[in-house]
Design a protein around this ligand. Structure first.
Ligand SMILES: Cc1cc2nc3c(=O)[nH]c(=O)nc-3n(C[C@H](O)[C@H](O)[C@H](O)COP(=O)(O)OP(=O)(O)OC[C@H]3O[C@@H](n4cnc5c(N)ncnc54)[C@H](O)[C@@H]3O)c2cc1C
Length: 391
């Protein structure tokens, strides 16, 4: 069962909420009108507050240099940063835990520890033009050449590439005893053969871009390989589970903000000589939104506790899919209703509902689209039955 948040997490929630309200939300409209950028000087203020709150690399254990927050604490934080539009909440960083754990001592020194400290920035290059949902269809190859690998392929939607100095690239081993196996590699963006093909425009207004990146004969030492040949899919599966839970938490934060703002507007807006909040059609939209938010939040907190309690990872896999599916679709419904309640104002980019209406759409697509989550859930149901998955 889910118990109420302990007092220490209530305190954390309050502190992160204050940070979000004071340093991020007031700058959303500036960011929307300025390619996702904060006003001059604000980035440094945000960084200082993130450091003071110990929110950098919040998912990485202290022995690997991070803040080592519990899953429940991370869900609390993610929910608060989910209240902000324009990707401004991405100041709270969560480098890939599986990679940090699997990294060799040398890799820790070169890549993961500096990333955890905020001195280096990573990005993930998995998806390709012909391989998104079906990760196994990737064609990027890693061919061994003595003590090196030569990588060839093209990666799509490489989020944050414009801020990153290295990529974690997923490729298939070409030749040798592990032919066709997946492996991950650290690749510095300055390595010869790495090039941006183009940077498409996307629906949201974020300072983080998602370019298409080519790898043409990119030669990396074998010491850049993360873990063993064949480990590639294992790391991405654990990353997907984690991210799905945190996406669900962020969607709860977004829904809460939307409900708060739409409720305040409905109270004040006079139409036909009465506040909008007097009309049943509007009340029902708010009521449905609040009810669905509560359901999603209970799923998220309960699931975060289950991670902290070390429950069966196979069951958690199905439950993360359920939480991501439900919370992302819930938040999209709430955003749609909020736009409707705001009327014409809800179509203006300076309005939070308009921005979330666009931005939340991606949560039904990345880290496994809704159809993929449903497929995972159905597969788990058939394998394990209702009781295992719902407690
Ligand atoms: C803004 C953005 C940022 C991203 N960032 C990154 C990143 O940093 N790194 C990275 O590697 N990738 C990234 N991605 C890629 C993202 O994870 C993929 O877009 C996503 O997994 C879906 O893959 P796809 O786009 O190829 O769609 P497809 O796999 O082509 O699917 C298209 C549609 O078909 C549906 N579908 C697929 N299979 C089935 C099925 N079996 N049954 C029913 N329906 C099905 C899907 O749900 C989807 O709706 C990003 C994408 C976007 C848009």
């Amino acid at each position: 069962m889910f118990d109420a948040l302990p007092r220490s997490l209530r305190e954390l929630q309050k502190r992160v909420r204050a940070f979000v309200d004071e340093e991020l939300i007031p700058h959303e409209v500036h960011a929307e009108m300025n390619h996702g950028e904060l006003p001059p000087g604000q980035g440094a203020r945000v960084k200082a507050r993130v450091d003071a709150l110990a929110l950098r690399a919040m998912n990485i254990p202290a022995e690997l240099g991070g803040s080592g927050l519990s899953y429940l604490a991370q869900a609390v934080v993610s929910e608060q940063i989910g209240r902000v539009t324009n990707g401004l909440g991405w100041c709270v960083t969560t480098p890939a835990l599986g990679v940090a754990e699997a990294a060799s001592d040398a890799q820790r020194t070169i890549w993961t520890l500096p990333t955890v400290r905020g001195e280096r920035t990573e990005c993930y290059a998995i998806t390709e033009e012909g391989a998104g949902s079906d990760v196994d269809a990737i064609q990027t190859s890693a061919r061994r050449d003595d003590k090196h690998y030569v990588l060839d392929g093209e990666k799509w939607h490489v989020t944050s590439y414009n801020h990153a100095d290295h990529m974690i690239v997923q490729a298939k081993i070409a030749g040798g005893p592990n032919d066709g196996a997946h492996a991950l590699f650290f690749v510095d963006v300055e390595t010869p053969g790495v090039a941006v093909v183009r940077t498409p425009a996307y629906t949201h207004t974020y300072s983080h871009h998602h370019p298409i990146v080519a790898l043409r004969g990119v030669r990396v030492p074998e010491t850049n390989r993360i873990g063993a040949e064949g480990d590639g899919l294992t790391f991405t599966q654990s990353w997907f589970r984690y991210e799905r839970l945190m996406i669900a938490a962020r969607c709860c934060g977004a829904a809460e903000r939307l409900i708060d703002e739409a409720t305040a507007f409905a109270r004040d807006r006079i139409v036909f000589a009465a506040p909008l909040s007097d009309y049943q059609a509007v009340r029902f939209m708010l009521a449905d939104s609040l009810t669905e938010l509560w359901a999603a939040r209970l799923m998220v907190y309960r699931l975060a506790q289950a991670h902290d309690g070390g429950e069966d990872v196979k069951v958690l896999h199905g439950q993360c899919a359920m939480a991501k599916l439900y919370a992302s679709e819930m938040a999209n419904r709430v955003a749609d209703r909020a736009v409707q309640i705001f009327g014409g104002r809800g179509y203006m980019r300076e309005n939070v509902a308009e921005r979330f209406f666009r931005e939340l759409r991606i949560d039904r697509i990345w880290e496994g689209a809704s159809e993929i989550q449903r497929d995972i859930i159905a597969g788990q149901l058939l394998k394990r039955g209702t009781a295992r998955l719902t407690g």
